[in-house]
Design a protein around this ligand. Structure first.
Ligand SMILES: Cc1cc2nc3c(=O)[nH]c(=O)nc-3n(C[C@H](O)[C@H](O)[C@H](O)COP(=O)(O)OP(=O)(O)OC[C@H]3O[C@@H](n4cnc5c(N)ncnc54)[C@H](O)[C@@H]3O)c2cc1C
Length: 350
């Protein structure tokens, strides 16, 4: 066998899964053509335990968040770079009712590890509109996904090889005991092909629901030390540069930036912030989201050596490390995949 695993795609999913496989001693070949989909490179990179308009604790937060920072820190050490930035997130309250709700919720133990402060007074009114106070979160931050992927590709873990080319399904032959791809012999093949899963003949039956997103880069004169998040996120990247995102568009699934996207983000930003800003760049990408907002993980219903690790939607940065570990453990029979993420929940669609 040339490789234990062939991994198709090297966004956050393919890179982190390959790293977990290699750390279990597997020999891995990654096949990736980065120009096909740029979601991971465009991502805001936030890992945020309290999400959505209703500000609820994100699904599986305790398991995901206790795994992700230690994992990214270890990877930073191994890659010799710094891409994981712990930073508080501040979510101003929209109303007195919301403030009161959080005053009550913060007494619950389940919020201990994520809530730094529930403030009934403005904490950052130099910068933003927070007349009802707000929620200051801890255990959160952002991953500079471009820095991470560049460092990963430059310093591939031992046992990982990269081939930069488009995967050609007509060259794949699946046998009972192995995979053959263009003369290369592998034990298993796992698809981490992001939103292109919809064009993957082996997995296009899974209910992917891709969402385009746009974000802006702005320049500000203010020294910002926290991530502001209400309607839009504003991530301070240093040197007066901030990332602002993002939009959600289920119809135009391409990575072309639009005037509508810019206008929507600018309007939402103006509702949140008081400071002046200059737009210096704009980016767009397509998130591999799914119908039930849970990832697609597991082995094909009939091809036991073909798998998928995809569907990380709007939260790849926080979901991928924990589930990469769980997927590898399930393949080595140490533990089972959560039913919520296992593609067996959709076998009836195959
Ligand atoms: C605007 C925007 C903002 C976002 N903000 C956040 C955020 O703040 N926090 C967060 O956690 N997530 C965020 N996301 C979501 C996050 O980007 C995704 O969850 C994540 O990037 C998905 O990673 P992936 O590896 O599955 O897919 P991708 O990044 O799309 O990677 C797939 C890779 O496979 C390659 N590929 C596909 N098919 C083939 C083939 N046939 N042959 C060879 N190569 C192939 C692609 O070119 C690509 O390199 C955001 C996304 C967008 C668009």
């Amino acid at each position: 066998m040339d490789f234990d695993f062939i991994i198709v795609g090297c966004g956050i999913a393919g890179s982190v899964l390959s790293d977990h496989l290699a750390s279990h001693g597997a020999k891995v070949l990654i096949i990736d053509e980065p120009r096909l989909s740029n979601s991971s490179r465009v991502a805001g990179g936030l890992y945020n335990p309290i999400t959505g308009r209703k500000m609820v604790k994100t699904w599986n937060a305790d398991a995901l968040f206790s795994y992700l920072e230690p994992y990214y820190r270890d990877l930073e050490r191994r890659l010799g770079t710094n891409f994981c930035h712990s930073k508080p997130i501040y979510r101003p309250f929209r109303s007195i009712e919301e403030l009161n709700e959080w005053m009550g919720k913060s007494a619950y133990k389940e919020y201990d590890s994520f809530v730094a402060q529930v403030s009934d007074k403005p904490l950052f009114d130099d910068h933003i509109n927070d007349e009802h106070g707000g929620l200051l979160l801890k255990g959160c931050g952002y991953v500079d996904t471009t820095e991470f992927l560049d460092a990963f590709l430059k310093n591939l873990p031992d046992g990982v090889t990269l081939k930069t080319e488009e995967f050609d399904f007509s060259k794949l032959s699946i046998r009972n005991d192995s995979i053959q791809y263009n003369g290369i012999l592998g034990d298993k093949i796992i698809f981490c092909d992001g939103q292109l899963l919809g064009k993957n003949p082996l997995f296009n039956w899974l209910p992917l629901k891709p969402v385009k997103g746009e974000l802006l880069f702005i320049r500000v004169d203010e020294p910002i030390d926290v991530i502001y998040n209400r309607g839009v996120f504003v991530i301070p990247l240093g040197d007066g540069l901030c990332k602002v995102g993002s939009t959600y568009d289920h119809n135009n699934l391409n990575d072309i930036v639009t005037e509508e996207g810019k206008l929507e983000l600018t309007n939402r930003l103006e509702e949140l912030v008081k400071f002046q800003f200059e737009i210096v760049d704009q980016k767009a990408g397509v998130r591999p989201a799914t119908l039930d907002r849970k990832p697609f993980i597991g082995m094909h219903p009939t091809e036991h050596n073909v798998g998928v690790f995809n569907g990380f939607g709007t939260k790849g940065v926080s979901l991928v490390p924990y589930f990469a570990s769980q997927f590898v453990n399930s393949m080595t029979k140490r533990s089972n995949l959560d039913e919520d993420v296992n593609i067996s929940r959709y076998f009836s669609l195959y």
